[in-house]
Design a protein around this ligand. Structure first.
Ligand SMILES: Cc1cc2nc3c(=O)[nH]c(=O)nc-3n(C[C@H](O)[C@H](O)[C@H](O)COP(=O)(O)OP(=O)(O)OC[C@H]3O[C@@H](n4cnc5c(N)ncnc54)[C@H](O)[C@@H]3O)c2cc1C
Length: 439
């Protein structure tokens, strides 16, 4: 049970003498928020620290990048989430270092110190370029709202440039109207579908003088098939549907080199494009690796069955940054569903540990991941869903299931309502209201 004896510490954030234990949650993503919500109004002070001032609903970022949704449809101010929780404070700032020995962490510079009794590390993952030359310099990531807007700006600006060249009777440069998406997982598949729809249904009308037959979307996957985590039949359906929509698919093709205007593949193919979107992989946030604790491939931190750090029961690691055992040879996948379950589990554990009524201070046993299956959407009207019992749903029914689940998972009524209205508008009018270049 949590040691209540941390006496008379002046917490630099809370600015008062607090005898209650202090729980710090690093990261207001899926895992951190799920944990913090469980800790609302308990007998402990809780501080949620995030380098961004908002929670990001990453699964819908591709729709921001392709002008289907506005950025504040998929982001939610963290302070707003906890406004009714009297014991929770929010800090906006990037944690730069964690000092496990002295139970404190540093935000930004070393003068900004936060002490903790219990720490929940939920800082997620970052894009991994696997050391491929040029990806970091010229590729576009899709992990944050800023990156999604950056990509949208870039695609729209490219078309404006082509329109300008056309008016000067110059040749249409192929690199400006070709988008290469690297990575055939759900993010790559959804993004490729979203971009081709943006080209076909929106930009073709916005730019009547541009020769759209030269606009290309190429999806490059290093493995033999798309959506490799799903059944082969679903992966086949995704491929056929994307090809029908006009996406060029290259499997068994790995990116070797990227520069400002081209993407070179290992087989020597050169794709003339100044837009490479990197959806090929992530690695755990380096903040975790800097702790000097045991990690596995991808930098994920090894945790005990209660999600605490081995030998350090005051520190919990959850979500994409944790290497949590699931089946004998498997780790919990780096997905929102896993992060949420881990967050709820640790939140429950800590909430019970400070419960005033000792009968509530029960041990909840080891963490058990419940597989919720996988889903992806391929443009409008096609969704692919695979449930843990093997049941597969595809086509329109799968698409409706995908829409429903994403709306339910979104934060806040306003965001849900906005997303539904925007989707209905886009569906009925084939329009994309958010095709704004933010300069
Ligand atoms: C484009 C995309 C689409 C996806 N689609 C799906 C999907 O359809 N279904 C699904 O289940 N999963 C999906 N995922 C994966 C899912 O989003 C992640 O597994 C999930 O977000 C992990 O939750 P988390 O809490 O570990 O990390 P995150 O949700 O990434 O949150 C980490 C938080 O930590 C903060 N942070 C990072 N570093 C610091 C620091 N130094 N100091 C302070 N704060 C910091 C970040 O700002 C962030 O808010 C998708 C991911 C992406 C990128």
């Amino acid at each position: 049970m949590m040691d209540q004896a941390r006496s008379n510490v002046i917490d630099p954030h809370l600015k008062r003498r607090s005898k209650r234990p202090h729980i710090v949650v690093v990261g207001a993503g899926f895992g951190g928020l799920a944990a913090a919500k469980k800790l609302a109004n308990i007998e402990a002070d809780v501080t949620v620290v995030d380098r961004l001032n908002h929670h990001t609903f990453q699964p819908l970022l591709y729709q921001v990048a392709t002008a289907g949704l506005a950025v504040d449809d998929v982001c939610y101010a963290t302070r707003g989430i906890f406004k009714k929780a009297k014991n929770i404070r929010v800090r906006h700032g990037a944690v730069s270092e964690i000092d496990l020995e002295n139970k404190r962490l540093f935000i930004g510079d070393e003068n900004d110190v936060l002490e903790y009794d219990k720490l929940i590390l939920a800082c997620g993952a970052v894009t991994s370029d696997f050391g491929i030359e040029g990806v970091a310099d010229f590729g576009f990531g899709l992990k944050t709202a800023a990156e999604a807007i950056n990509l949208r700006n870039h695609i729209l600006t490219n078309f404006e440039r082509v329109a300008r060249y056309n008016s000067l009777n110059a040749d249409q440069s192929p690199e400006l109207t070709t988008v290469v998406v690297a990575g055939g997982g759900p993010t790559g598949v959804e993004l490729a579908g979203g971009v081709i729809e943006l080209f076909d249904r929106v930009l073709s009308k916005d730019f009547p003088d541009i020769d759209m037959s030269k606009a290309r979307v190429v999806l490059v996957e290093a493995g033999p098939r798309l959506l490799s985590a799903m059944n082969e039949k679903l992966s086949d359906k995704a491929r056929k549907r994307l090809e029908k929509m006009g996406v060029e698919i290259m499997v068994n093709s790995a990116v070797e080199l990227v520069d400002e205007n081209s993407v070179k593949l290992q087989d020597g193919t050169v794709l003339h494009s100044n837009t490479l979107v990197w959806a090929a992989g992530v690695k755990a946030n380096p903040l975790g690796q800097a702790l000097g604790v045991e990690t596995v491939a991808g930098g994920r931190i090894v945790v005990d069955s209660d999600l605490s750090l081995p030998g350090n029961p005051d520190v919990f690691v959850i979500g994409d940054v944790a290497a949590t055992k699931w089946l004998d040879d498997k780790l919990v996948p780096q997905m929102a569903t896993g992060a949420i379950q881990m967050g709820e589990y640790v939140g429950d554990t800590l909430r019970r540990s400070v419960a005033p009524d000792t009968s509530e201070q029960t041990d909840i046993g080891p963490f058990e991941y419940k597989d919720k299956g996988a889903m992806a959407t391929v443009g409008r009207n096609t969704g692919l869903v695979e449930l843990p019992n093997g049941l597969r749903v595809s086509g329109w029914a799968g698409w409706v299931a995908w829409l429903g689940l994403h709306v339910l998972m979104l934060m806040g009524f306003r965001n849900r309502a906005n997303v539904m209205v925007n989707w209905a508008w886009n569906y009925l009018t084939y329009d994309r209201g958010s095709r704004i270049i933010v300069e």
